[in-house]
Design a protein around this ligand. Structure first.
Ligand code: PLP
Length: 411
């Protein structure tokens, strides 16, 4: 059959990512991969999950094995609201929608807010999965610059002014507020406040995606942007169990003003009716029973150790004169920027030949002409030894490529 004649316009406009294809090469058995974004499986609290599963089957089998409401199981929504209240967020359980991962939250927000051609303001670079979700709805992007303190408010203001001149009202500002994917950086407290002021001045909605905020290794906690929004309801907040419990449950939450939550619920009904009740009951047992708070320090300590090993190895082997990288205070990633003439997509092929891999940074930029000299490195998943060996191998390659004359590395 000629499916091409049947596919929707949307399907025709979907593109396989060149970089994802390239990353398939990194699945070779001997490769040391910094390309993934996976939590370390040694952090999964298997015994506690097993015990909670028994309790759920003993006490809640009839509802846990049933369909749940689209909004999510009440005990979990209450436990999430309570968990967020401890962080200074004012959240009513009715505002909490349980989703199949935050990735579904992003998709639902796309469904609720985006028409083809609508504009979103994003940090440059930003989370690839968000761009993929929003691309599906035909989004366009205005990208604001970011630095070590996250997205730059003046740059957001410039985007708003430029859009205004063209008569465009952006649908929202999307940010990964703390220990961002891909850069590992966080938006400073003063910038969070300024972003809210800008949002107020321009009647702008902010989507705060925060999967990593709890994974802090050093420094003081930052308030979420949502918690700084005093009563305006300008922030939709996304959180997830993927990095603080297990990603395999596919459980996350959104917190939004009631009207938006209702619209997301209606959208979700058509997507999957509801999130699995079984894992929701298990997560509720673990969250309300305090397991997550108790377990978090172990995750943090493991990742802090790995971050330290990676940074130390980078310091020793990366070309310091020409390359900069982020000293992440939490999360799963560091981000390196090589000299402009180095194309990290081309360099990846050479890296894979040396059995080491990373994600070329280009895919995190909405503008296809940007980010050729950047790369994301994950430290949560590889073993300590592999981090050392892999960074050394990669460092040698980077030294070589940074030193090559510009013309010989540009295709
Ligand atoms: C910034 C960001 N948002 C959302 C997600 C999706 O998380 P999940 O669907 O596992 O909750 C990820 C996953 O890595 C992420 O890095």
């Amino acid at each position: 059959m000629d499916f091409g004649k049947l596919y929707s316009e949307r399907t025709h406009s979907m593109k396989a990512s060149e970089i994802r294809e390239l990353l398939k090469l990194t699945e070779k058995p001997n490769i040391i991969s910094f390309a993934g974004g996976l939590p370390n499986p040694s952090t999964f609290p298997v015994k506690e999950v097993e015990e909670a599963t028994h309790r759920v089957l003993r006490d809640h089998a009839k509802s846990a094995l049933q369909y749940s409401t689209t909004e999510g199981v009440t005990v979990l929504r209450e436990a999430v609201a309570e968990h967020l209240r401890k962080d200074g967020m004012t959240v009513h359980p009715d505002q909490v929608l349980i989703t199949n991962g935050s990735q579904q939250g992003l998709d639902l927000l796309g469904r609720v807010f985006l028409d083809k051609g609508d504009t979103i303001i994003v940090a440059n670079p930003t989370y690839l999965g968000a761009l993929q979700s929003f691309n599906y709805f035909g989004a366009k992007y205005a990208s604001a610059q970011s630095d070590g303190d996250g997205i730059i408010p003046e740059s957001v203001e410039k985007c708003l002014a430029d859009l205004k001149k063209k008569g465009i009202r952006p649908k929202f500002l999307y940010v990964v507020s703390t220990f961002a994917n891909p850069t590992g950086t966080s938006i400073s407290q003063s910038r969070r406040k300024r972003l809210l002021e800008i949002a107020h001045e321009h009647d702008l909605l902010i989507i705060e995606d925060d999967p990593y905020g709890k994974l802090r290794f050093d420094g003081a906690d930052l308030p979420t942007i949502h918690s700084l929004d005093k009563g305006e309801g300008r922030v939709v907040y996304l959180g997830t169990f993927s990095k603080i419990l297990v990603p395999g449950f596919r459980l996350a939450w959104s917190v939004a003003p009631m009207d938006v939550t209702r619209k997301m619920v209606i959208s979700k009904q058509s997507v999957d009716l509801c999130t699995a009740a079984f894992t929701q009951y298990i997560a509720a047992d673990l969250l309300a029973g305090g397991l997550i708070d108790k377990h978090l320090p172990q995750i943090i300590s493991l990742y802090r150790g790995k971050r330290d090993i990676m940074l130390k190895a980078m310091d020793k082997h990366f070309p310091k004169e020409s390359t900069t990288w982020t000293k992440s205070q939490g999360g799963l990633f560091t981000w390196a920027e090589m000299p402009q003439h180095v194309n990290t997509i081309q360099m990846l092929e050479a890296a894979v030949k040396k059995d080491v891999a990373y994600v070329p940074g280009k895919s995190f930029y909405p503008d296809p002409k940007e980010g050729f000299n950047t790369m994301r490195l994950n430290f949560s998943h590889p073993t300590d030894e592999k981090i050392q060996v892999g960074v050394e191998r990669l460092g040698h390659l980077m030294q070589e490529w940074a030193a090559k004359p510009a013309k010989s590395v540009m295709a």
